[in-house]
Design a binder for this molecule. Sequence first.
Ligand code: DX5
Ligand code: ZN
Length: 218
Amino acid sequence: MAAPVIAPSILSADFARLGEETRAVAEAGADWIHLDVMDGHFVPNITFGPPVVKALRPHTDKYFDVHLMIAPADPYLAAFAEAGADGITVHVEAGPHVHRSLQTIRALGKRAGVALNPGTPAAMVEPLLDMVDLVLVMTVNPGFGGQSFLAGALETVARVKAMCAGRDIRIEVDGGIDAETVVAAVRAGADTFVAGNAVFKGGPAHYAERIAAIRAAA
Ligand code: DX5
Ligand code: ZN
């Protein structure tokens, strides 16, 4: 498989100290920083938007993996690109024109991702594979950190993996990933692992060991 990428989600960080937290997790061995953007409409929670991404950008050179759980997404894509996103992922369920959203992300010079909720069939992304650098398979229902891993979503990971054979597309899992659940995700074909709670619980003194434990298991 492609070299594993560990992407801590700052959704589980201390929001009063987001800059320091981003820096700490980057120095602790994160490959990417995963940024969860929620609008209180597509998902039942609200987090942050482009100004926060921009404010965090000077704190690390790590790849900013921006996961948009917002509908519509299109009016905000340029703002996230300008704020410093490296990759932008939109949900296939977030609107009728996901193909256009992906075209826009690529036209902005960013890596394009498409995400699938646990209840969405893998086939939904098949017509989009020429347009994406990453497929994100949710392994919880999006909206909150700290939820239990949904093993049923691994079937979707395996289908996406088969569909992507021969293509340079990363397969990311997001939700309930820790040093145990990551094993089954790898077996199903994932190569990119978002982890919020499993990295951040226990505080900064443990970030390095928690990232290393997920990496060792992957
Ligand atoms: C869920 C978010 C995830 C979440 C993962 O809506 O997309 O990125 O932060 O958190 P854990 O690893 O705690 O499930
Ligand atoms: Zn996410």
